[in-house]
Design a protein around this ligand. Structure first.
Ligand code: FUC
Length: 752
């Protein structure tokens, strides 16, 4: 028995040999209007981050802080780009053997090339422990570096320099985007903002060998062996409504961060960064098959183009899945959640203000967090929601609610999206479901869920036949505002269902739990329409487009109950699951990035691996190249999804939800746990015949590893990280029960 376990462990280790997780290019990112979002590579420590261009003659880091926003509690404003760091290396424009990489596992960006017989190398990290972005320049010959460092600011900050440090300090008070920089408002129309945010950035230049001098606000270096640049940035934003979101001037904090990081030196900074990053990133391994050597040899942009045309590159697919995890770690460890562009945005007037959109986008950003073993990265989302609730309460007689757009000062605008409160509540519940953190459930999740229930108990209205409906709702961006739209109904069902379960777990509030369970069962339920579809509205429409098989609108919100909800499952509600399949098939395979990612997750929950895979192919494709020709009436930018050469999701422009949604959808293809059983490979596509995963999380506090061959599960390990008890494991149509104590791991050889 022992012997068998050892053999099995060996087999598991060999199939777990993770594919190389490196994006590589043989040219720098273009300094063009779109180069920053399509070719430059993102680094981030969860709060500050940069797009790195890798131009040999002038390195460029376009950097941001996730809290730099215009707007306030009364006006929307927009997430803002911060500034730019340049390292000019005159002469290095024409170089040989150029290479640029982003190593996801190490969160390390590198550039290397040869110039005038010298091999040059650059490394960039965005360190969470040091709260700084660090750029290291080395060469294989001493004295090879001569050039200059410049720091710019996008909002006209005051720039000064002293002791090899350049610093920028400014304020957004009274800031208005100049018309020549894209502001469409006339001065009279300009919405007044009382945002008085202050901000600061600075870069310290450290050198080995040679000399460094200051010339105005430029740091010049001559004949240096190596350089280390430490970049810090911050704002006065605090996630605290009681302080009106306004804290101390960040200058001292940023100065201290840069000083401390500079004192550590590169080797220590790099080592601490890698330890920190890999403690999160290294939790999940994924092997869904091998690529051939020819593909492996291609730079990522060419590899993507080849894959778009020919498929057949499971290593690129695994890289794309892991990229979503990389991006979440890089954009969700600060005071605010990842926004529409994570934290990378270079425009003063970004699309949709690079905001927090509540009808799919902010939620999708957090879909991978729990299943892909990054549960602690949900903190910025939860902290954000809690900090906004006092303002959102003003929008409701009881409880709170929200509109479609939102900023981090409590403002929420554009059309009502009232059930987004229930959607937020779902994330709180899921955090408990995956982590079994009862303290979080009792103190944080339950009170929030209950308040949202109170909103809906108050707002729901009874139809003459007794069914309860959410009045005046909107199936996001599709059709009219009316009573009982399926999206609202399913969200409220999910809210009541989860809250009743939460009360039971906590053994608390039994009377309230009974009340919401009764209300849940009175909600107008999902219905099947005349062509077998799941109805999107309470009554079937008589409309040339809406609710017809020809309607290919990108939002598919009436399938919420399939994913991320759990009202509809193939096993418990097969007729509704079939109707969901009919609706989904009619909506088609095209879409913007997030739309395709959502569809991939739906197909996974409907146990159709090949359809889910087909959606994944659309997401990981040169934009426009693969999308079906299904753009019909009522659709917007329906053929535009895909991935840019840097593998960021195309909306267009770049919108990060599709990256996160793709990662989450693949998790759903490999492991599901929402229907009372840990279901292994519930939607394995035929393209992934043999493979393994390690470290995926399941509800109940479990961590799961699995190995499969020819589509059959060979072995599975379940670790009761938290909780424990009896867990039901399913693969295909076989289910077994396993008892686990907290902390215990059990490995089963599954093959019959
Ligand atoms: C929703 C979507 C759009 C876009 C925007 C940010 O409104 O309908 O496609 O993703 O959010």
């Amino acid at each position: 028995m022992r012997h068998l376990a050892a053999l099995l462990a060996l087999a598991v280790a060999s199939v777990h040999a993770a594919p190389d997780l490196v994006l590589r290019y043989d040219r720098p990112a273009a300094e063009t209007a779109q180069g920053w979002e399509r070719e430059a590579l993102p680094v981030g420590n969860g709060r500050i981050g940069a797009m790195v261009f890798g131009q040999p003659g002038s390195e460029h880091l376009q950097f941001n802080d996730i809290t730099l926003w215009t707007g306030d509690k009364d006006t929307m404003g927009a997430f803002q780009p911060f500034g730019d760091l340049y390292v000019d290396l005159p002469g290095h424009e024409k170089v040989q053997d150029y290479r640029r990489t982003l190593d996801l596992a190490r969160a390390l960006h590198t550039v290397s090339y040869e110039y005038a017989g010298v091999r040059y190398r650059r490394e960039v990290i965005a360190s969470h422990p040091a709260q700084a972005i660090v750029l290291r320049l080395t060469a294989d010959r001493p004295g090879a570096y001569t050039g200059a460092v410049r720091l710019t600011d996008r909002h006209g900050a005051h720039i000064s320099a002293f002791e090899n440090r350049i610093r920028a300090t400014g304020s957004l008070a009274g800031y208005v985007v100049p018309p020549e920089l894209g502001n469409k408002w006339t001065p009279a129309q300009q919405p007044l903002s009382s945002n008085v945010m202050t901000y600061a950035s600075q870069v310290q230049v450290l050198h080995e060998g040679g000399t460094v001098t200051m010339e105005g606000n430029t740091v010049r270096f001559k004949d240096c062996d190596a350089l280390t640049l430490v970049l810090g940035a911050g704002t006065s934003y605090v996630r605290d409504p009681a302080a009106a979101f306004q804290g101390e001037h960040p200058l001292k904090r940023v100065t201290d961060q840069v000083t401390r990081a500079a004192a550590s030196g590169w080797p220590a900074l790099q080592a601490a960064h890698e330890n920190d990053f890999s403690s999160l990133f290294g939790r999940v391994r994924l092997n869904i098959g091998d690529a051939d050597d020819e593909r492996r040899a291609l730079p990522t942009d060419q590899r993507l183009a080849t894959y778009t045309a020919q498929g057949n590159d499971p290593e690129l697919e695994a890289l794309f899945v892991q990229y979503g995890r990389y991006l979440l770690i890089a954009s969700s460890r600060g005071p605010l959640p990842a926004n529409l562009q994570g934290l990378w945005n270079n425009s003063l007037t970004p699309p949709w203000n690079a905001d927090y959109h509540t009808n799919i986008n902010i939620q999708m950003n957090y879909w991978p967090a729990e299943p892909a073993n990054l549960a602690e990265l949900t903190e910025p989302l939860f902290g954000f929601v809690q900090a906004m609730v006092p303002a959102y309460r003003r929008l409701a007689e009881r409880g709170w609610t929200v509109r479609t757009e939102s900023n981090p000062f409590g403002y929420t605008g554009w059309k009502w999206n009232r059930t987004a409160n229930a959607w937020y509540a779902l994330h709180f519940w899921e955090h408990y479901a995956f982590t079994q953190d009862r303290t979080f459930l009792r103190r944080t999740a339950y009170p929030l869920m209950k308040e949202v229930c109170e909103y809906w108990l108050h707002r729901l209205k009874a139809l003459p036949d007794g069914r309860l409906v959410a009045p005046e709702g909107w199936s996001p961006e599709h059709g009219p505002f009316e009573d009982g739209v399926s999206y609202d109904q399913q969200l409220v069902w999910d809210l009541f269902n989860n809250t009743a379960e939460a009360a039971a777990v906590l053994n608390h509030d039994a009377a309230f739990a009974r009340r919401i369970a009764i209300a849940r069962d009175r909600l107008a339920p999902p219905q099947v329409g005349s062509w077998g579809q799941l109805l999107e509205w309470l009554e079937e429409k008589r409309d040339p487009v809406l609710d017809t098989p020809g309607d290919t609108h990108r939002h598919v919100s009436h399938l919420f109950g399939v994913f991320p909800g759990r009202q509809i499952t193939p096993d418990r509600t097969p007729a509704l699951a079939n109707a969901a399949r009919v609706s989904l098939a009619a909506r088609g395979d095209a879409g913007t990035g997030w739309s395709m990612a959502w569809k991939a997750a739906f197909w996974a929950r409907l146990h159709d691996g090949d359809k889910a895979y087909q959606m994944l192919r659309g997401l990981l494709a040169t934009p426009g190249a693969r999308a079906a020709t299904q753009a019909g009436p009522g659709t917007e930018a329906n053929n535009a999804g895909g991935a840019y050469p840097n593998l960021l999701d195309a909306h267009p422009p770049f919108q990060i939800d599709g990256n996160f949604g793709a990662t989450a959808a693949v998790c759903e293809m490999l492991l599901q746990s929402h229907d009372g059983v840990l279901h292994l490979l519930p939607a394995l596509p035929s393209a992934w015949r043999t493979g393994s995963f390690a470290g995926l999380r399941a509800r109940g506090g479990y961590e799961v590893d699995a190995v499969w061959r020819d589509g059959q599960v060979m072995s599975v390990s379940v670790r009761a990280k938290e909780g424990g008890g009896t867990v039901r494991l399913r693969a295909g149509d076989r289910t077994v029960e396993v008892k686990l104590k907290q902390g215990e791991v059990k490995t089963l050889q599954w093959m019959r």
